[in-house]
Design a protein around this ligand. Structure first.
Ligand SMILES: Nc1nc2c(c(=O)[nH]1)N[C@H]1C(S)=C(S)[C@@H](COP(=O)(O)OP(=O)(O)OC[C@H]3O[C@@H](n4cnc5c(=O)[nH]c(N)nc54)[C@H](O)[C@@H]3O)O[C@H]1N2
Ligand SMILES: Nc1nc2c(c(=O)[nH]1)N[C@H]1C(S)=C(S)[C@@H](COP(=O)(O)OP(=O)(O)OC[C@H]3O[C@@H](n4cnc5c(=O)[nH]c(N)nc54)[C@H](O)[C@@H]3O)O[C@H]1N2
Ligand SMILES: [Mo]
Length: 673
């Protein structure tokens, strides 16, 4: 997609294309700048593009008038350069996709165990006796996990799936890496028990399991790990009292799960020596996401299921390097110790005030307080909540800059001036002055390893993300003492600096080259809890009060279909949920449909009621009957972001509550009767 492509299609025309067609148009091939007179993107030399970025940023009233977004694919090296540029420039305005994804996990784990990551490794999965998986559609979004689940089932481990939907991975499924089974359509068991919670009912379920375990403790002294609780935790007695005083009736009502099932999970808990609890977005994208994850940790602590082989908390991350982005400094709320070390290693004076996250960025752009927006990957326009409001916010900017591989909506919804800077993909060869370069990423289990692209780049004009970042940084900071070009010439030099600036990166260059890389230290894995008390902390939150959406309303969760990657939709089918050719649907409970006079496939309108009382609607959807608890409904992201008001974010995590929207659903023609 070079200059000719863009000369032939105005932005107004591209605006009419589907997201699929934008993405399918091919790889971006050269830097482009928006030309208002012709409403087209036109080729621009790299040097001029960098100068435009530098001039615009230096022309702002202050560094906080700019925001710098990251989607979770950026390598550790590029991440480090990005945050160094932004902090040397003078702001912590570093919103990222984590603000919409696992922010709640990081905050909850930091408060509970002192470090914002899980403690579980792949070897732990191989020896766990029980695995509880909450709010994850593994068959679609984490297919590698199917292999681990199938293996666990074969050795007799208990697999408990907690989800309002009975997803494909929760019973029997075809495991993608088992080729013979695939060829013969042989399914493998990947589930023992399904607990079909109400949306947002996980907290009550988890507390119920804890209550069941504590009741058992009266008769079976082995139910909890007394020594661990005494030596390593804080707040157990209060937590125990809280569990005891919460009536079963409340736990059953709020979770939507029968007492008998909750007690069965407690039985499994007590009979398991090694328990892993893993979770994904079904837990995080709620008002009470942080408290729910703290309740996950509470439950693990009871039996000492942390810092022990085969046990622990395991947030299932999304993008390939979203965890590494945080480790290497993408964080709008950096802690002071991190900044102190960065300042000493890099000779900069980073700002100390916290910066804007995703929701804060949108609001600030909307008000006109933020005038420049730089995006390293991702598709902010569609991934963010309140689509029309976010569009207005982006269009308000003086300059938007997208560093991307392919065209998407965020290039079409742009600021007054706009740049598209095309970068190498991870699979492409990256040659710099010092030869071919490799980059590192960190996976969900904190393993870091180096990799190199093998393919010839799509176009000679493409630059690596490190090189683009250095170009923008040099143009922004002419007086900078950071040796930007030297870093780009040889990424080993970036890694040497990272070793100085970041915890856990000792001998980085050497260890990254080990065949399987190396594991970043996770102190909580060694039962070293870097909390203020030096112990793992029980939390004492009350039951959430928002499980019931109110009379006549439903709670809506937005999810991915089988054929999509976040904002990129590959087809309108959702194989495992048995749907073909349509994404404008809501999965509904039969009773909820009957109550509204809806037939299968009936046309519906959906109106959300925001926290601030404002209303938003989506029209012409279809109701699809599904096995889902009453009062709950599920539809697809990113389309349904139009229903998530800008005020609909969690006060605990600032995450948009995209699994917990309050909606009214009416049949077209039915409501009028
Ligand atoms: N193929 C593919 N893989 C992906 C992605 C993709 O789009 N496509 N995206 C990547 C990214 S960035 C991420 S973060 C992950 C996301 O992976 P998932 O978290 O699996 O993503 P979702 O599709 O949003 O599904 C969330 C699940 O939570 C359930 N759920 C909804 N509400 C609740 C609730 O209140 N409680 C519980 N217990 N469950 C609930 C839904 O039924 C659904 O099964 O996947 C990553 N992997
Ligand atoms: N309603 C609702 N909204 C949600 C969610 C939800 O469950 N419900 N989930 C949230 C979650 S978990 C996440 S993570 C966010 C995702 O938010 P984003 O990360 O912003 O969105 P993606 O769709 O993953 O971004 C895809 C784009 O990244 C670019 N890209 C791909 N590979 C590369 C690369 O190697 N380099 C560069 N520079 N660019 C590349 C491509 O242009 C592609 O179009 O969305 C959030 N939004
Ligand atoms: Mo994500």
């Amino acid at each position: 997609m070079d200059g000719e492509f863009f000369a032939a299609h105005t932005v107004a025309e591209l605006d009419g294309w589907t997201d699929y067609d934008l993405e399918a148009a091919g790889r971006l091939a050269e830097p482009l700048s928006y030309d208002e007179a012709t409403d087209t993107y036109r080729p621009i030399p790299w040097a001029d593009a960098f100068a435009l970025v530098g001039d615009t940023l230096r022309g702002l009233a202050g560094p906080d008038e700019a925001c710098f977004y990251t989607s979770g694919r950026l390598s550790n090296e590029a991440t480090f350069l990005y945050q160094l540029w932004v902090r040397e420039f003078g702001t912590n305005n570093l919103p990222d996709c984590s603000n919409m994804c696992h922010e709640a996990s990081g905050r909850a784990l930091t408060a509970a165990i002192g470090t914002g990551k899980g403690t579980v490794t792949l070897e732990d999965w191989e020896v766990a006796d029980a695995i509880i998986l909450l709010g994850d559609n593994a068959a679609t979004n984490a297919p590698r996990m199917l292999t681990w689940l199938a293996e666990a089932d074969r050795r007799g481990a208990a697999l408990i799936h907690v989800n309002p939907l009975i997803e494909a991975a929760s019973r029997r499924t075809i495991v993608p890496h088992e080729f013979v089974d695939m060829a013969t359509f042989h399914t493998t068991s990947t589930g023992t028990l399904n607990a079909q919670v109400r949306i947002g009912g996980d907290f009550a379920l988890l507390r119920g399991v804890a209550k069941g375990v504590l009741e058992k403790e009266r008769s079976e002294s082995v139910a909890i790990d007394r020594d661990f609780l005494d030596a390593k935790t804080e707040g157990f007695d209060e937590y125990k009292a809280l569990c005891e005083s919460t009536p079963w009736a409340d736990l059953v009502r709020d979770s939507g799960v029968p007492e008998e099932t909750i007690r069965r999970i407690a039985d499994i808990y007590v009979s398991s020596e090694r328990l892993i609890i893993a979770w994904c977005l079904g837990i995080t994208q709620h008002e009470h996401g942080v408290e729910t994850i703290r309740e996950i940790v509470n439950l693990l602590l009871l039996g000492g299921h942390i810092g022990r082989e085969g046990a622990g908390p395991c947030p299932v991350r999304g993008h390939s390097n979203v965890q590494g982005n945080r480790t290497c400094g993408i964080n709008n709320r950096p802690d002071q110790a991190f900044l102190d070390r960065l300042a000493a290693a890099c000779g900069i004076d980073p700002p100390r005030e916290h910066g804007l996250g995703t929701v804060g960025t949108i609001n600030a752009m909307h008000r006109g307080d933020v005038k420049a927006f730089v995006s390293l990957g991702g598709n902010f326009a569609l991934a963010a909540p309140d689509t029309p409001y976010t569009y207005e916010a982006l269009r308000n900017c003086e300059l938007t800059v997208q560093v991307s591989t392919k065209l998407n909506r965020s290039h079409i919804v742009h600021g007054k001036r706009a740049l598209i800077l095309p970068c190498l993909g991870r699979s492409e060869i990256d040659v710099q002055a010092g030869g071919e370069q490799g980059i590192t990423v960190e996976d969900s289990m904190a393993m870091v390893h180096i990799s190199r692209g093998m393919k010839k780049p799509h176009s000679d004009e493409l630059r690596s993300e490190c090189s683009i970042l250095a170009g923008m940084a040099t143009a922004t900071l002419p007086e900078s003492k950071t040796p930007w070009q030297s870093y780009v010439d040889d990424y080993d030099r970036i890694r040497d600096k990272m070793e100085e600036a970041l915890d856990g990166f000792e001998d980085f260059n050497e260890r990254a080259r080990h065949p399987h890389g190396f594991r970043l230290a996770q102190p909580a894995r060694e039962r070293i809890f870097l909390t203020p008390s030096g112990r793992a902390e029980f939390s004492q939150a009350p039951l959430p009060d928002d499980v019931d959406p109110g009379e006549g309303r439903l709670t809506l969760g937005t999810v991915r279909s089988h054929d999509q990657f976040n904002t990129t939709i590959y087809s309108n089918d959702d194989r495992y949920r048995g749907l073909k050719g349509l994404r404008t649907v809501l999965f509904m409970n039969d009773e909820d449909m009957r109550e509204r006079g809806l037939d299968e496939g009936g046309l519906i309108d959906i109106t959300s009621v925001s926290k601030d009382g404002s209303r938003r609607s989506a029209y012409g959807y279809r109701a699809v009957s599904h096995d889902i608890p009453r009062g709950c409904t599920i539809g697809y992201m990113p389309e349904l972001n139009v229903l998530c008001g800008i005020a609909d974010y969690s006060t605990e995590s600032e995450q948009p509550v995209t699994k917990h929207l309050v909606v009214e659903v009416t049949g077209q023609g039915v409501a009028a009767k």
